[in-house]
Write a protein that binds this ligand. Structure first.
Ligand SMILES: [Zn+2]
Length: 174
């Protein structure tokens, strides 16, 4: 098996520490695998999962969202504190690391599973950068489940669908 940077069985979270306030941190975070930050020398784009080197400043990070994801972020030219009137940074008060409420996250994950099954997509659509950008635009708080979660849900969906069909064949009303 080829070594992969994104092991499908691992739940990867992108975590931005609360003290990092720059706008650009809405688009980057540190990878957390099973709750542990894997390294602070690299950051990951939440939209396309590209990894960039992190040297403790955001200067090299700004170009990425403004060129690859234009319109998503007004990169404010490097903290012009005092260069303009004070702006309430509402976005910075809503940490992007906060996820969806559990019930919604779970419902959306079920629908994603249904999408994979009904539309006969390979599970790895979830790793596509286009798919991830689409999901991110609709609901940035939705955490795309890992491969293992989806395949587990597919097995469950298979079982319940099978039972439903059996019931239907026995003439039960569903
Ligand atoms: Zn990106």
């Amino acid at each position: 098996m080829a070594a992969s940077t994104t092991a499908p069985e691992e739940e990867i979270d992108i975590y931005t520490p609360d003290h990092l306030k720059s706008n650009v941190w809405r688009y980057f975070g540190f990878e957390k695998i099973q709750g542990k930050i894997t390294g602070k020398d690299k950051v990951t784009c939440r939209i396309c999962r590209t990894k960039l080197k992190y040297h403790g400043t955001t200067s090299n990070l700004r170009a990425h969202p403004s060129t690859l994801h234009p319109g998503k972020l007004e990169v404010d030219g490097g903290g012009g504190e005092g260069s303009g009137p004070r702006q309430a940074r509402i976005d910075s008060m809503l940490p992007p690391s906060r996820g969806l409420p559990y019930a919604r996250q779970n419902r959306a994950a079920d629908l994603l599973t249904r999408f994979v099954c009904e539309d006969m997509r390979p599970i790895n659509v979830i790793y596509g950068s286009g798919f991830q950008a689409f999901v991110h635009e609709l609901e940035p708080r939705f955490k795309i489940p890992c491969f293992r979660t989806i395949s587990g849900k597919i097995t469950k969906l298979y079982d319940t669908t099978k039972d439903d069909i059996r019931g239907m064949l026995r003439g039960e009303k569903l």
